[in-house]
Ligand binder design. Structure first.
Ligand SMILES: NC(=O)C1=CN([C@@H]2O[C@H](COP(=O)(O)OP(=O)(O)OC[C@H]3O[C@@H](n4cnc5c(N)ncnc54)[C@H](OP(=O)(O)O)[C@@H]3O)[C@@H](O)[C@H]2O)C=CC1
Ligand SMILES: O=C(CO)COP(=O)(O)O
Length: 384
């Protein structure tokens, strides 16, 4: 089954699911293949779009932006360009300043906005599209995150990483010729984002059983299967081969859709993501580059797994038995090392104080019950 047929099957399952969520019917065209961006002009024409805006930055212009712009122009359409500038640490942050830059560049006449980039540019464009009520189209330039097909936009607002529900892409053109060329550290980050699903899925069981939070078996299974496929293909991902990058991108797309179906990031983001978000905020406050999202998530997943396995052994609460089923932290680290990602906090450039701060505060970042929340609010309080 191709991706669009799989989406139709998930939609059907989700509509029959009695979990209590309002399941969103996913209506997204997905092209994941070599040469996918060549389909863009035809798609724009079919949709009747004559004026569009393309958002890119220095790296993503080279990776795909330049070709995208020429192909749209050659098809006789009008295209506005937004070249996002880097900040003083050489990065682009999805914050207030960048949101305004994108908004200022999108003319009211523009009929669609095309994100050419990885996680940050996608979140900026999806947020602006939701505010300006315009279709959002996706051209990923690296298999680095699962945020291409979701609706949530994690943004830094007043220095705090907060997620705002925005819009998913109307169509995604994931071109294997581009994704294969992305730096291996970005592919490794995408793998790290997927590895984090071990602890996010386990935390979702805890959220359900201890926090009484909503749980959807369809979204859970989609994410779990995507994770297992990545693990089955870890060597191909490590070699950056087309087969491996395609499996990884497929998994990232599916993980994004699992968030989209239930309009929440629960399947994809647990304690490991909350730790990563705090580390990101602290790095930015220290004037350092925040490091790739999936790189932080992968390392945080291994760190939190150690705590979660201790919790399963010592708490006496049956609900934490799910953490016993996690792979050993040493195995998680071995996989990260195999794909070429960082494996220690030193390699991420975070200090021991930042790690301690993250472990002590990350549970307050999102209103979710996780093992990390239990450790901080129950265990540590008991121990005084
Ligand atoms: N919406 C959602 O559900 C999710 C959102 N996210 C969010 O995504 C963001 C992180 O995204 P991530 O992809 O890790 O990183 P970024 O989008 O921040 O990009 C990191 C770097 O990759 C560069 N780059 C991108 N593509 C290429 C390429 N083909 N060749 C060379 N360089 C390239 C970028 O260049 P440049 O600096 O020029 O941009 C940038 O330097 C975080 O804010 C995170 O919270 C993560 C997961 C899910
Ligand atoms: O990064 C995410 C999934 O990979 C989503 O993060 P949030 O839960 O913070 O929105």
């Amino acid at each position: 089954m191709n991706m669009n047929e799989r989406i139709a099957a998930w939609n059907e399952e989700a509509q029959q699911c009695a979990c209590g969520h309002q399941h969103r019917v996913v209506d997204m065209l997905i092209h994941l293949e070599a040469g996918a961006i060549q389909r863009l002009p035809g798609y724009l024409s079919e949709q009747g779009y004559r004026q569009v805006t393309v958002v890119y930055d220095r790296h993503t212009f080279r990776a795909a932006g330049s070709d995208v712009l020429s192909s749209i122009r050659e098809a006789g359409m009008h295209v506005d360009e937004i070249a996002l500038p880097e900040n003083r640490t050489g990065d682009i942050i999805a914050d207030e300043a960048a949101i305004v830059q994108v908004m200022l560049g999108v003319r009211l006449e523009s009929q669609a906005v095309i994100a050419v980039g990885s996680g940050t540019i996608h979140d900026l464009v999806r947020f602006v599209c939701s505010k300006m009520n315009k279709p959002f189209l996706s051209i990923p330039t690296a298999a680095s995150v699962d945020g291409f097909t979701s609706a949530g936009a994690p943004l830094i607002v007043s220095g705090i990483k907060q997620t705002f529900q925005a819009v998913p892409p109307e169509a995604i053109f994931a071109d294997m010729n581009i994704l294969e060329q992305a730096p291996q550290v970005m592919t490794a980050a995408g793998f790290g984002d997927m590895l984090g699903k071990y602890t996010s899925l386990a935390d979702w069981i805890v959220s359900r059983d201890l926090g009484g939070e909503p749980f959807c078996p369809v979204a859970y299974r989609m994410t779990e299967e995507a994770l297992h496929t990545c693990i089955d293909h870890v060597q191909a991902i490590a070699e950056g081969r087309a087969e491996g990058v395609a499996v990884l991108m497929d998994a990232l797309i599916v993980s994004g859709i699992s968030m989209l179906i239930i309009d929440h990031s629960r399947p994809a983001s647990g304690g490991e993501h909350h730790l990563s978000h705090i580390l990101e905020m602290d790095l930015m406050q220290a004037g350092e580059r925040p490091v790739l999202h999936g790189a932080k998530v992968g390392v945080a997943c291994a760190l939190i797994t150690v705590k979660y396995k201790e919790l399963a052994q010592t708490s006496g609460e049956q609900v934490f038995g799910i953490y016993d089923q996690l792979p050993e932290a040493s195995q998680l680290i071995a996989w990260l090392e195999q794909v070429g990602g960082p494996v220690t906090t030193e390699q991420l450039g975070v200090t021991p104080e930042m790690v301690e701060h993250a472990f002590n505060t990350a549970h307050t970042l999102r209103p979710r019950y996780t093992g990390l929340r239990y450790i901080n609010e129950v265990l540590n309080t008991r121990l005084g």
